[in-house]
Design a protein around this ligand. Structure first.
Ligand code: NI
Length: 245
């Protein structure tokens, strides 16, 4: 069930059976020569949508611009400042809590968001911890590729050069979600370099085509279907357990 396509009476009825909601959260940033700019938002969105269809759990709108300052030297990338994202996440949480949601599960698609989402949770809980009242809700963060069994599937499909950014796995998931957006691009070099980075200019200097450690020319919609199936099943279990607590 998706919040976007539900009516308010349907949401009210849902809240009588469950007070849990899944929020896909990602980023809008370059993903190399053949990866979609929306990759990190599309991956959690499609996985959550399929988990919602399989289980009846409610899936909220995708928080689709995150902390991506290091990608800003590539056309199309967008970023929030961490402080902006912390404030926005807290308004999303407060809006849902207002209606009686008590379990909010963020399914994340972007490593660069992790520290900021955790800071947003700390900010939310601090409002209660500084007061005498117990917090009536719980928040959870999980990265889609770290759910049980998912990385095993990715490694079995891409034993070599899945990589760290613009990975063959994530590009495959987006090709499964948007088969008309598949791009056939030759990679030079075949496997991208690895290493650290600081700001956007430094990133582009070290990783000129945007990839880190990956060969995403291995990606396909069929491979993406297998990854989504594993992630969907894991999310149904993980979010289901969290909602029951
Ligand atoms: Ni990504």
């Amino acid at each position: 069930m998706q919040l976007h396509t539900a009516s308010w009476p349907e949401v009210e009825a849902y809240l009588k059976t469950s007070t849990g909601i899944i929020i896909p959260i990602g980023s809008t940033e370059q993903h190399g020569p053949n990866g979609l700019v929306g990759t990190d938002a599309i991956c959690p969105e499609v996985i959550a949508r399929e988990a919602g269809e399989a289980s009846g759990m409610l899936v909220g709108p995708t928080f689709n611009v995150g902390v991506a300052q290091h990608h800003m030297a590539f056309a199309g990338s967008m970023t929030l400042r961490p402080s902006t994202m912390i404030a926005a996440i807290n308004d999303w949480i407060d809006s849902l809590v207002r209606h009686g949601f008590t379990r909010i599960y963020f399914l994340n698609g972007h490593g660069g968001n992790i520290a900021t989402i955790q800071a947003a949770f700390a900010e939310s809980y601090a409002n209660w911890s500084l007061d005498a009242d117990p917090c009536p809700y719980q928040l959870k963060l999980n990265n889609w590729w770290e759910m049980p069994g998912v990385m095993d599937v990715c490694r079995s499909i891409f034993p070599v050069a899945d990589g760290n950014h613009a990975t063959a796995s994530e590009v495959s998931v987006t090709y499964y979600a948007y088969p008309d957006a598949v791009k056939d691009v030759e990679m030079t070099p075949k496997v991208a370099p690895v290493g650290g980075f600081a700001d956007a200019a430094d990133y582009r200097n070290r990783f000129p085509d945007g990839r880190i450690g990956s060969d995403p020319s291995q990606a396909s919609a069929e491979k993406g279907a297998k990854i989504v199936a594993a992630a969907r099943d894991a999310l149904v279990r993980e979010a289901g357990n969290f909602f029951k607590r």
